[in-house]
Design a protein around this ligand. Structure first.
Ligand SMILES: C[S@@+](CC[C@H](N)C(=O)[O-])C[C@H]1O[C@@H](n2cnc3c(N)ncnc32)[C@H](O)[C@@H]1O
Length: 277
């Protein structure tokens, strides 16, 4: 009997789990060893303690392009052009790199500029041309700057807009104070719920990225509802952890779709973008 026939014969016996064990062990050991190596390298080379940054795999970027194309009803070629714009924006990269190097909290930030799923936020803003974006949770201001870069391009094409970035931490947003990006960003310090309630301009694009507890995420979408412009789009950064936006979409008669990113060379499994529209 040849090896294949023998394997197939064993697979039909009670010995099958024992025979398969070495192969299963090798597979999981290869996976865990790779993860351990990536984790050890990250511990030594990165300074980030939360809100990790990384680049996306080629495949993950391609899926993101199609995701944006579908949710924004925009041709895929156009979305790819938007994604190339942000990747080739050297002025923004230089600003983030230099400001990070001079920041008081540089000990907790990496020099290398990596946007991860935020390139999807950029493409969505380019495709939809919102007049007012609200981002809850600014942290260093990386996402705010990416959104601002898209708004500046929109303005150059005759579609001006602003982003209101909310954060509870008075030290948040050190990247948002430099022109030209600062010209379209309004940083508001305080609890996001109170800040949303105080908004006096209709919101075309709302992005939840603050306190990622399920209760806070739900409260933000509930409170934001009264502030939305007709046809507004809702985004969440919490879509790999909760079903809050999907449930909100169902309650409010919207469509919903989720994208899960895949980081390159990082132990963190990645986040995603949830969209309701
Ligand atoms: C994940 S970070 C935001 C990341 C940012 N959007 C980006 O693109 O890098 C979460 C931020 O939410 C802020 N935050 C936490 N709870 C908040 C609240 N109740 N109201 C406003 N901001 C809050 C934190 O201070 C933190 O800076």
């Amino acid at each position: 009997m040849d090896a294949t026939k023998l394997r197939r014969a064993i697979a039909r016996t009670r010995l099958a789990p024992v025979a398969a064990f070495p192969k299963r062990l090798a597979r999981v050991a290869r996976h865990d060893t790779k993860l351990l190596k990536v984790s050890a390298r990250w511990l030594v080379t990165s300074r980030e303690h939360h809100n990790y940054t990384y680049d996306l795999t080629w495949l993950s970027k391609n899926h993101l392009a199609w995701f944006v194309s579908v949710v924004c009803d925009t041709p895929i070629k156009q979305v790819r052009t938007y994604l190339q714009e942000i990747e080739k924006d050297d002025a923004l990269r230089r600003h983030i790199e230099q400001t990070t190097q001079g920041a008081a909290r540089r000990g907790l930030a990496d020099r290398q500029v990596r946007y991860a799923r935020r390139i999807g936020w950029y493409a969505i803003v380019r495709a939809r041309k919102p007049r007012h974006i609200v981002e809850t949770g600014a942290d260093k201001g990386l996402g705010s700057c990416v959104l601002a870069a898209a708004l500046l391009r929109n303005a150059a094409e005759g579609h001006p807009g602003r982003v209101t970035s909310l954060d509870i931490n008075p030290e948040a947003g050190y990247l948002v104070h430099t022109a030209p990006w600062s010209e379209v960003i309004d940083l508001v310090i305080g609890d996001s719920i109170a800040s949303i309630k105080a908004l006096d301009t209709p919101v075309d694009l709302f992005l939840h990225d603050s306190d990622h507890s399920k209760a806070h995420e739900k409260r933000e979408f509930d409170v934001a509802e009264a502030k939305l412009a007709p046809g507004a789009m809702l985004l969440t950064d919490n879509v790999t952890a909760t079903n809050v936006l999907a449930e909100h979409a169902e309650r409010t008669g919207r469509r919903f779709l989720a994208y899960r990113e895949t980081p390159i060379n990082h132990w963190y499994p990645g986040d995603g973008i949830g969209v309701a529209w």
